[in-house]
Design a protein. Structure first.
Ligand SMILES: Nc1ncnc2c1ncn2[C@@H]1O[C@H](COP(=O)(O)OP(=O)(O)O)[C@@H](O)[C@H]1O
Ligand SMILES: [Mg+2]
Lengths: 315, 291
């Protein structure tokens, strides 16, 4: 486990911004940290990156307790804040060089390192450009390159996609996937989710400072009992009855509806369960010409969780 | 010049490099000051030749004028540039990135402080030829000028430390600048007012009860940095008597000089500590970070 937190709690004066957050990020995985504005994502991340002290609880990075050795911890993560600026009148190369110095990156091989990182974030042609003149998306990528200078295993990215256009978001996604394949653990926060869902191995959902769900999309969607929609296209209308019976016998389906040549149902279960159902239908002699199932998007799960769980529920 | 390992940090070198980039502007400025200085000195020399003023005291006046001007230029410049160091990082939103780096809070503060101090020293050194010109006309010794510059640099260091402290404490550079100037100048001014009150009380006592003071001037002025400067000048330009009537006891000249070094050193240490603590999220009690 690269990152784990143990009952992180943060009060701003009397206001409880983060309550008993325990979560983890593994090597080679992307963890989405989601929640509406003001949920406490930035608060949690700022505690993780040693910029703020927790009121109670502990963060472990690479097994090192943050409160015991903040400096050792600082060498082990790369951080891209939600808002950040750059110095005036320096080039991308000078910018990266300065932070490499600040992070005690050896001078030998510095040039290759910087070239490599600029290439990774697709800014090779901006090496000598004034950082202030870069677009927001480019600055975001430069900041990501900066966070990688000391080759940390863990990346903590606070809403890196906000304010980016679709193209830049896509580029960001490819870069993150490349980093994941290099074994990095990535914690990425967002209050808007559609793109995150596709490439997060796990999401942690936060609401008013409280974790309301943690797990893969599937785990979460099962936990909240939300059904995926499956639709079977049959060839023979006479088989609708039998098929519907078989589907209901699986014990995982809700009501079965007939729509033109399709049988639709809400289904609670894993991919394996869906495969088993298809097998049952086919071996039961039902002629199926097509199956489609719409997995819930992160957005839908998110809305569901946010509406039903957590501290707001009791009211 | 080899920078000691402990002080050799990215903030320091980055700060110096960025300043050196702007050095051309500085050189232009200094050439300007130099020309004005030459004009001033040749004016004095001319008046000497014409015998309008008596003897070597004109070079002495030039020396005092130059020294005061030098101090004000360097001090003001330092206050203005250092007060923006940390608050500027805050408003630019770059401070967090420094704190998360391998630089310790102490290195961040010392890097900022030393890059400013080295720059102040550089300005001072560049201005030094003006003293050489004054020296040609006599009236003071090079050692005297060196003493003044050493004393001045202690105070510049103190002003820088105060500026960095306020810069680390407040969000706005303007506020840090004002606080720095008010602290340094305000202390001298408040002290001066207290000295005036002291004098008034002394006068009253001597008038009413014929109690005469043991001191030539109110000893509260020992704590005033301006007194130290005055003593340095007085010692240089022809004895204490040129500034004070009556005889000044030696300790009355030495104490403000010694305190004029000890106090800024202590203030600097306190400010550096305070600033270091202010940029260390693991130490500061502040609940919020960022801006
Ligand atoms: N420095 C602060 N002082 C007081 N309250 C704060 C501070 N920072 C954040 N908060 C409050 O804490 C809550 C969580 O904020 P934040 O962590 O920024 O949420 P998110 O990043 O999920 O949008 C919000 O209600 C916010 O108003
Ligand atoms: Mg946030």
């Amino acid at each position: 486990m690269l990152l784990s937190t143990d009952s992180l709690t943060k009060y701003y004066n009397k206001f409880l911004a983060l309550s008993n957050l325990s979560m983890s990020v593994d090597e080679g995985s992307i963890v989405g940290f989601v929640g509406p504005n003001g949920a406490g994502k930035t608060t949690a991340m700022r505690i993780m990156v040693t910029l703020m002290k927790a009121s109670s609880g502990e963060v472990f990075i690479d097994g090192i307790p943050l409160s015991k050795d903040p400096r050792a911890v600082r060498g082990r993560f790369g951080y891209v804040p939600d808002f950040f600026g750059v110095y005036a009148a320096i080039t991308s190369e000078e910018y990266l060089n300065f932070y490499a110095d600040a992070n005690s990156v050896p001078k030998e091989g510095r040039e290759e390192l910087i070239d490599g990182l600029l290439e990774l974030v697709n800014l090779s042609d901006k090496k000598d450009a004034d950082v202030n003149l870069l677009s927001r998306g480019m600055k975001q990528r430069l900041c990501l390159a900066r966070s990688l200078l000391h080759d940390p295993k863990l990346l903590i990215l606070d809403e890196p996609a906000s304010g980016l256009d679709a193209q830049s978001r896509l580029e960001l996604k490819y870069i993150l996937q490349a980093l994941k394949s290099r074994g990095k653990g990535i914690l990425i926060s967002s209050h808007i989710l559609p793109e995150l869902g596709e490439y997060c191995d796990k999401v942690v959902i936060l609401k008013q400072g409280v974790k309301v769900a943690e797990g893969s999309l599937e785990e979460i969607s099962r936990a909240i009992g939300r059904k995926a929609k499956i639709s079977f296209t049959l060839i023979d209308p006479d088989q609708f009855e039998d098929a519907a019976t078989l589907i209901k016998m699986s014990g995982r389906a809700g009501n079965v509806f007939k729509k033109e040549m399709n049988l639709e149902t809400e289904f609670t279960g894993s991919e394996e369960d869906i495969a088993a159902l298809i097998y049952t239908l086919v071996t039961g002699g039902i002629k199926i010409s097509g199956v489609s199932h719409t997995k819930e998007t992160l957005e839908e799960i998110f809305m569901e969780v946010i509406e039903n769980e957590g501290p707001g529920k009791a009211e | 010049m080899k920078v000691p390992e402990k002080l050799n940090n990215a903030v320091l070198t980055f700060g110096m490099e960025r300043r050196m980039k702007r050095i051309s502007t500085l050189i232009l400025l200094l050439v300007g000051i130099f020309v004005v200085g030459i004009g001033l000195i040749s004016g004095i020399a001319e008046s000497m030749v014409l015998g309008v003023f008596g003897g070597g005291s004109d070079a002495a006046i030039g020396y005092v004028l130059l020294s005061v001007a030098l101090f004000f230029v360097v001090a003001l410049f330092s206050a203005l540039s250092a007060a923006g160091e940390i608050s500027g990082e805050k408003s630019r939103q770059t401070l967090d990135l420094l704190i998360c780096s391998q630089l310790t809070p102490r290195q961040i503060i010392s890097g900022k402080l030393l890059s400013n101090f080295l720059y102040a020293m550089l300005i001072t050194v560049i201005m030094f030829p003006l003293y050489a010109v004054l020296y040609l006309f006599g009236g003071f010794t090079p050692l005297g000028a060196a003493e003044f510059i050493a004393y001045m640099l202690v105070h510049v260091f103190c002003i820088l430390s105060i500026a960095i402290f306020f810069s680390a404490k407040v969000k706005k550079t303007a506020a840090a600048t004002v606080l720095t100037i008010v602290t340094y100048v305000g202390w001298a001014a408040a002290n001066g007012i207290l000295a005036l009150i002291w004098l008034a009380v002394e006068n009253y006592l001597s008038y009413t009860y014929s109690v005469n003071s043991f001191f030539t001037y109110p000893p509260i002025l020992w704590l005033n940095q301006a007194t130290g400067f005055v003593m340095l000048f007085a010692g240089q330009i022809g004895g204490w008597s040129s500034l004070f009537t009556g005889t000044l006891e030696t300790f009355e000249a030495l104490i403000p000089l010694i305190l004029g070094i000890v106090i800024p050193v202590v203030v600097s240490i306190l400010c550096i500590r305070g600033a270091t603590k202010a940029v260390d999220p693991m130490k500061s009690k502040k609940t919020s970070g960022g801006i």
